[in-house]
Design a protein around this ligand. Structure first.
Ligand code: AMP
Length: 114
């Protein structure tokens, strides 16, 4: 069997994380290597590998996560704006094989990203 990802272990509370939000469907915690003053990861509790492996039945879950991110941005006082990133696959820069959305803010973001 495949080893659980680091995010699965955070969900299971096997390793610590700075959790900022949780509900039945998803978990949000601060990135261990923040790239902005606010850098939170939002993940589904179900072990979906990546954006690329989402199926049509995940539409409601993804919509839920999108709205959780909207609410978190308000709670984390990102009223000046923020960026949401989902890296998918090797070329996308994905390093953890558990779908996750980066919510980053607290400074102006540059474009294009690297
Ligand atoms: P990605 O490169 O899009 O797959 O992003 C993975 C993110 O997970 C990176 O920003 C890492 O800093 C972050 N990360 C890895 N391990 C942990 C951890 N134990 N707790 C919080 N964030 C983590």
């Amino acid at each position: 069997m495949a080893q659980p990802t680091i995010f699965q272990r955070i969900i299971e509370r096997e390793i610590p994380a700075d959790i900022v939000y949780e509900d039945d469907e998803c978990l949000a915690f601060r990135d261990i290597a923040p790239q902005a003053p606010v850098h939170v990861l939002v993940i589904p509790k179900r072990p979906i590998k990546s954006w690329a492996t989402l199926d049509d039945g995940d539409a409601a879950l993804v919509a839920h996560i999108v709205l959780v991110i909207r609410n978190l941005a308000v709670e984390l006082q990102l009223e000046d704006g923020y960026r949401v990133v989902c890296n998918s696959g090797d070329d996308g820069g994905q390093t953890v094989d558990h779908l996750h959305f980066h919510l980053m803010g607290g400074r102006p973001m540059r474009w294009p990203p690297g």
